[in-house]
Write a protein that binds this ligand. Structure first.
Ligand code: HEC
Ligand code: HEC
Ligand code: HEC
Ligand code: HEC
Ligand code: HEC
Length: 149
């Protein structure tokens, strides 16, 4: 039973991408991969072009890197399974929060230490509102939702 639950809850990514390897060994900063194009709402997932800047040479004999190269050559995005996602009817902006001093780790946990990312910090309405209350940010319904009449 427990292995079944694990299979259900640990996102089975198409490639064994490790944040720890890429921040510790490859010494990349979050922003080098997660660029936030204006207006900065999205943190974005990098395109294969970014990966191939190294993997054209690094570990090119690995079957995983060969799979990555196939996506790249076919001009297909890697079908990553999303870890943090909120419904489309909620307003959220990365730039606004990082400008206000929030760190990636506050909302996503110690990503740089993880080989496999899992959702380890809540991003539900209660979590948003409790941080807003602590920081004296607005908790009007219309802050995060279209006007509900
Ligand atoms: C700055 C260079 C660099 C970039 C950019 C980069 N990687 Fe890597 N990657 C590495 C290094 C270094 C390793 C560890 C190689 C080793 O174990 O010897 C690695 C390892 C990997 C591995 C494990 C390969 C294996 O079989 O052991 C995967 C999968 C991988 N990277 C995927 C990606 C993906 C996907 C991207 C783009 C989102 C990416 N990498 C971007 C440098 C990079
Ligand atoms: C080499 C490029 C690269 C670097 C550097 C990198 N990431 Fe990522 N990140 C990815 C890729 C590829 C994914 C999708 C695969 C996954 O979820 O593990 C991802 C996924 C994520 C996600 C989950 C997004 C979602 O909702 O599915 C978060 C959160 C994240 N990264 C935060 C960070 C933080 C914080 C840092 C810096 C400590 C960082 N990343 C550094 C490439 C990178
Ligand atoms: C205040 C909380 C908060 C902070 C701070 C934060 N994030 Fe996020 N992040 C979220 C939420 C909520 C989502 C889901 C957004 C959605 O579904 O539209 C998300 C989604 C993501 C994604 C998936 C792609 C996307 O844009 O939806 C990545 C990658 C990511 N965050 C990386 C980062 C990085 C890197 C940092 C630091 C520079 C960071 N986040 C800081 C809350 C946060
Ligand atoms: C780490 C604490 C923290 C968390 C967690 C957080 N917020 Fe915020 N949020 C803030 C702060 C502080 C501001 C005020 C920023 C400013 O006014 O410069 C803010 C502002 C906002 C705004 C803009 C308000 C305006 O006046 O325009 C929206 C929308 C928002 N947050 C949505 C969310 C959502 C949705 C979530 C949950 C997914 C969330 N926030 C989680 C701290 C947080
Ligand atoms: C700081 C941001 C924020 C504020 C303020 C906020 N919400 Fe939400 N709300 C969210 C987020 C995030 C979700 C999505 C939670 C999820 O599905 O993970 C949500 C979901 C909802 C839902 C859907 C519930 C469900 O079970 O799917 C309703 C209805 C809702 N909010 C109503 C309100 C009302 C009414 C107010 C004012 C009292 C309000 N919200 C204030 C962030 C906020």
């Amino acid at each position: 039973m427990s292995w079944l639950l694990l299979l259900m809850f640990a996102a089975d990514q198409p490639l064994p991408f490790s944040h720890k390897t890429h921040t510790d060994t490859a010494l990349l900063k979050c922003a080098e991969c997660h660029t936030m194009p204006a207006p900065g709402e999205q943190a974005t997932i990098p395109e294969t072009k970014k990966c191939m800047s190294c993997h054209i040479a690094v570990k090119k004999d690995s079957p995983h890197i060969q799979k990555l190269t196939e996506f790249h050559t076919a001009k297909k995005a890697v079908p990553w399974i999303r870890v943090y996602q909120i419904p489309g009817f909620v307003f959220f902006s990365h730039k606004l929060h990082t400008d206000a001093g929030a760190k990636c780790e506050t909302c996503h946990g110690p990503v740089a230490e993880r080989d496999v990312l899992k959702k380890e910090v809540e991003t539900n309405m209660g979590a948003c509102m409790s941080c807003h209350a602590k920081n004296k940010a607005s908790n009007d319904c219309s802050t995060c939702h279209e006007k509900l009449n």
